[in-house]
Design a protein around this ligand. Structure first.
Ligand code: ADP
Ligand code: MG
Length: 559
């Protein structure tokens, strides 16, 4: 009874997931082709490190075979294949991965990235197929196996006949209904179109027997059909193409195809360097942070290719931590292929490339800030925190790269402003860059400590994240202006006249203040009158470097 219910639920979950990730059914083909290409990449990767294997490029391809009579579409590859166990774990756990993705999805708002992370691509096949049969022979196994499933109801695995290593995915298309026809996916012309659209840069040939016709004999106008194998994709990697051949869309498609993210990137950067060091790179600034971005699970890095061949999926050395959100790839002919991970880290070429890339990213972000403010603000919403951490980390080693990129909410502008904007607006008599710290903008607005500064007409930056104050303490100053908390006991704006008044009050009420200090005991260092208050009777202020808010954060940290 209970089991049945669970199945019904997971079925709904799967349907929901598939319907929410994919707006178009046709992408099932992209997913299956990508998997096939990944499988060939894996065998290639193996050949690099295993001397007993040779990689003959001609032996590796993907083949698409539509069969109109049987209403099947087969996608075959000569990749690494799957063992029986791999069929079980990779394809057999629909409900499990589905619910995990769903759980995570509920923790954050955007569901897109999550699904990519949990490998749901294969199940896109069920958008068009009533049954999926996978026949696979692994490089690691003598036996081939057949996996059959018609959705979440379950699957079967049994031994099968297959001579060559690789995988055949056979889709039995759904029956046509009044509203929906699946025949298009058996149509050669349509298949070609889909492959071109999504999988043109797949590095391995995607082949199909294409129907052609020719005159029956030389002077006949009677035509006969014949089949000829064609390669459907152009295979030239996008980064090898000229920038003027490429449209924004091409870059965006590539971003999705590569699973860099399911969002639309805010910006792409195409770099071609042909100097003492040669490399091509395509970098993306995403719009949304992946769900695990602010956790230790997130791995930064760029794909690293040598001459169009993948050598490392996530080369962390190519990106500084504060730009860890950047996605993309680097292709350089100057790196040697058999290089090991450790050797790569010391590769001088790689260091030079990394530095170039870092500077390029910084420049592009500054451009975005200057010319496309809205986009930059979107970017900052997703990744501002990592920039601020970057200022603070490594004892401020990167602060010069970052000080012009960080933003804070301004009391005057009621939106995010840069430090440069703040400083350029400062009245002549203003000595410091003022900031106030609190849990939220609303709460900071009500802080008694802000009154005097705001009354003077000075702008105040609102710090609402733990990292903010730590970052600016590391920065120390911006354009020679020091930062000052509004709760600092010395705000640097009291006039001499006021001072006299305050001193007089302090004398007059000496007993009262002494009594208050006694009652409060250890909690405070001093109780004294202040002229900074207008509508509030009392406020806390601090002396020295560590403010109340910082103390709170420090107290929360594990020792
Ligand atoms: P992802 O590609 O994101 O990992 P998929 O759902 O597309 O997720 O595929 C799940 C897994 O199944 C892959 O990671 C891979 O291990 C395996 N797989 C799928 N298709 C193939 C194939 N054609 N050859 C070998 N392994 C495959
Ligand atoms: Mg996949």
């Amino acid at each position: 009874m209970e089991k049945k219910q669970f199945q019904a639920e997971s079925k709904r979950l799967l349907e929901m997931m598939i319907n929410s990730i994919y707006t178009k059914k046709e992408v099932f083909l992209r997913e299956l082709i990508s998997n096939a290409s990944d499988a060939i990449d894996k065998i290639y990767y193996k050949a690099l490190t295993d001397d007993s294997l040779t990689f003959n490029k001609d032996d590796y391809y993907i083949k698409i075979t539509p069969n109109k009579e049987k209403r099947t579409l087969t996608i075959s590859d000569t990749g690494i294949g799957m063992t029986k166990e791999e069929l079980e774990t990779n394809l057999g756990t629909i409900a499990k991965s589905g619910s995990l993705a769903f759980k995570k999805e509920n923790e954050i708002k955007d569901g897109h990235d999550i699904i990519g992370q949990f490998g749901v691509g294969f199940y896109a096949a069920f958008m068009v197929a009533k049954q999926v049969t996978v026949i696979s022979k692994s490089l690691k196994s003598e036996e081939a196996y057949k996996w059959v499933s018609s959705g979440v109801d379950g699957y079967t695995i049994e031994p099968a006949e297959k001579n060559e290593v690789g995988t055949d995915i056979i889709l039995t298309l759904k029956d046509n209904t009044e509203d929906e026809s699946y025949d298009e996916f058996l149509n050669e012309w349509r298949i070609k179109e889909i492959v071109k659209k999504y999988s043109d840069f797949i590095r391995y040939p995607i082949k199909m027997e294409v129907t052609k016709s020719k005159p029956k004999d030389d002077d006949s106008n009677e035509y006969v059909d014949y089949k000829e194998e064609e390669t459907l994709n152009s295979m030239v990697p996008i980064w090898k193409k000229n920038k003027n051949e490429l449209k924004d869309e091409d870059y965006e498609n590539f971003y999705n195809e590569k699973h860099f993210g399911f969002d639309k990137p805010l910006k792409h950067i195409h770099i071609k360097v042909d100097g003492t060091i040669r490399y091509d790179a395509i970098l993306y600034i995403p719009e949304q942070a992946p769900f695990n971005f602010y956790t230790t699970d997130y791995e930064k890095g760029l794909e690293l290719y040598s001459n169009g061949v993948l050598i490392m999926e996530k080369c962390a050395d190519l990106l500084p931590d504060h730009f860890s959100f950047v996605k993309g790839l680097v292709d350089s002919p100057d790196l040697s292929l058999n290089i090991s991970r450790e050797m790569l880290q010391q590769d001088r070429q790689l260091k030079v490339i990394a530095k170039n890339i870092k500077n390029k990213i910084k420049r592009e972000l500054l451009n975005l800030l200057k010319n496309e403010r809205e986009k930059y603000e979107k970017f900052y919403e997703s990744f501002g925190r990592v920039l601020k951490f970057g200022v603070y980390n490594e004892f401020g080693a990167h602060k010069e790269d970052l000080e012009d990129l960080i933003m804070f909410y301004s009391s005057k502008e009621k939106k995010l402003v840069t430090l440069d904007e703040y400083v350029s607006r400062m009245p002549e008599d203003q000595k410091y860059i003022y900031y106030a710290t609190g849990d939220s903008i609303e709460r900071i607005e009500k802080l008694p400590q802000t009154e005097l500064v705001a009354d003077k007409g000075y702008e105040i930056l609102y710090f609402t994240e733990d990292v903010d104050e730590f970052a600016i303490k590391m920065l120390m100053n911006y354009k020679e202006k020091e930062f000052k908390s509004v709760s600092d006991s010395d705000l640097g704006i009291e006039s001499t006249e006021d001072k006299k008044q305050v001193e007089a009050e302090e004398k007059e009420n000496k007993d009262l203040f002494e009594h208050m200090a006694k009652v409060l005991g250890d909690k405070v260092k001093k109780v004294k009158p202040s002229n900074r208050l207008k509508t509030h009777p009392v406020c806390l202020s601090t002396e020295g470097d560590v403010t109340i808010e910082m103390e709170k954060v420090l107290n929360q940290m594990p020792n």
